[in-house]
Design a protein around this ligand. Structure first.
Ligand SMILES: Nc1nc2c(ncn2[C@@H]2O[C@H](COP(=O)(O)OP(=O)(O)OP(=O)(O)O)[C@@H](O)[C@H]2O)c(=O)[nH]1
Ligand SMILES: [Mg+2]
Length: 343
């Protein structure tokens, strides 16, 4: 039966948790986004961090032609986005790009890599295979432990061209892409345990966040990125997204929404943008399209998030008897909720 924690116990647990977070959380987050040219890399990373850090465009020529790192500060965390040039676009030498990137990374690693492949492509071309092989050679196969594969342009695959079964068509495409990528990783020697942990996430555009099988691709991507990160990186990722996360039973006009609205207003003017290269402008053809303000998490997603934090916290401070992971709602929602102990 559930019973209430005393106020004193709640307070000491809160203090211990906050101390743990402040010690554990990184103050810097490195995100690598890569894939062929025009597959929506910049758009995706902007949606993920909630700020128009990378230049997006509809131009037929590549927008990004050198390894560019964008630095910005979000909620006290320094966010570095490594936006690689479009791979195999005829103008680049991937090996040099990746070596260059590796040499610039602190400790030679990033917190999460998002490899983008467009689902609108007819097949898994050699260009992607070569890029994946080179990436793996440069960073080692462990890089896939903290990676997510984004199947961009999934919104273009929601209608069966034969007019028969839209959902079956979409699921079939998703399955075939996932299989092709994972089979290829097996071919180049990425271990089974690593391969099976790589999330394959269909993603779409800003305006239509719903995809078949998924209410909101951005929420899905956010959770998958959080899950593949170390807990220190994950806490930093949570910190930069805190004002955008919205929970299933949150009241409609939350303070989070208001805070996100404020940060988005600043973002539209690019005033917070700290670009490494002053000549790079994030203004572009699509600048009028607003980055999604909220990342709504359903109950299952919120539960997964809390469980992961709770597991790491309780391993650190010793199991907290009779208290479950939902205790952390107290912090994640920034609202007082009844704290229950589970006997
Ligand atoms: N329909 C649809 N359009 C997208 C999607 N992702 C990106 N776009 C559009 O595709 C165009 C290119 O997107 P970018 O994010 O600039 O692509 P990129 O991979 O960063 O391109 P380069 O930096 O030039 O290599 C933009 O006009 C986006 O609006 C998507 O998932 N669905
Ligand atoms: Mg780009």
């Amino acid at each position: 039966m559930a019973k209430k924690l005393s106020n004193r116990d709640q307070e000491s647990l809160k203090t211990a948790f906050l101390k743990w977070v402040s010690e554990k959380r990184q103050d810097r987050l490195s995100i690598l986004i890569t894939g062929k040219t025009g597959v929506g890399k910049s758009r995706l990373v902007n949606a993920l961090v909630g700020k128009r850090v990378a230049k997006e465009g509809r131009a037929k020529t590549a927008c990004t032609d050198t390894v560019t790192s964008y630095r910005t500060k979000i909620n006290g965390v320094e966010v570095i986005v490594w936006d690689s040039p479009g791979l195999q676009d005829g103008t680049c030498n991937e090996e040099l790009y990746f070596q260059d990137m590796k040499s610039k990374l602190s400790e030679g690693r990033f917190d999460v890599m998002i490899y983008c492949i467009s689902m609108a492509e007819a097949r898994f071309y050699d260009a992607d295979k070569n890029a994946i092989r080179t990436l793996t050679n440069v960073f080692g196969s462990k890089l896939w432990k903290s990676s997510v594969v984004a199947l961009t342009f999934a919104n273009l695959k929601t209608e069966d061209p034969d007019g028969e079964d839209d959902l079956a068509y979409y699921l079939g495409e998703k399955y075939l892409w996932g299989k092709a990528i994972l089979d290829f990783l097996a071919c180049i020697g990425v271990e089974f345990e690593v391969r099976q942990g790589i999330p394959i996430v269909p993603t779409g555009n800003y305006k239509k966040l719903k995809l078949p099988e998924c209410e909101n691709w951005l929420s899905d991507l956010w959770i998958k990125c959080f899950n593949v990160m170390s807990i220190s990186s994950g806490l930093a990722f949570f910190q930069i997204s805190e004002s955008r996360l919205k929970y299933a039973d949150s009241p409609t006009a939350t303070t989070s929404t208001a805070a996100a609205a404020r940060s988005s207003a600043v973002d539209d003017g690019n005033q917070n943008l700290i670009l490494e290269d002053e000549n790079q402008s994030a203004n572009n053809l699509d600048a009028h399209e607003t980055i999604p303000r909220e990342i709504p998490l359903n109950e299952e997603q919120e539960d997964g998030l809390l469980k992961r934090m709770w597991k790491a916290f309780s391993e650190f401070c010793g199991a907290v008897k009779n208290v479950g992971h939902r205790f952390l709602r107290f912090f994640t929602r920034r609202a007082l909720v009844t704290v229950k102990c589970f006997a």
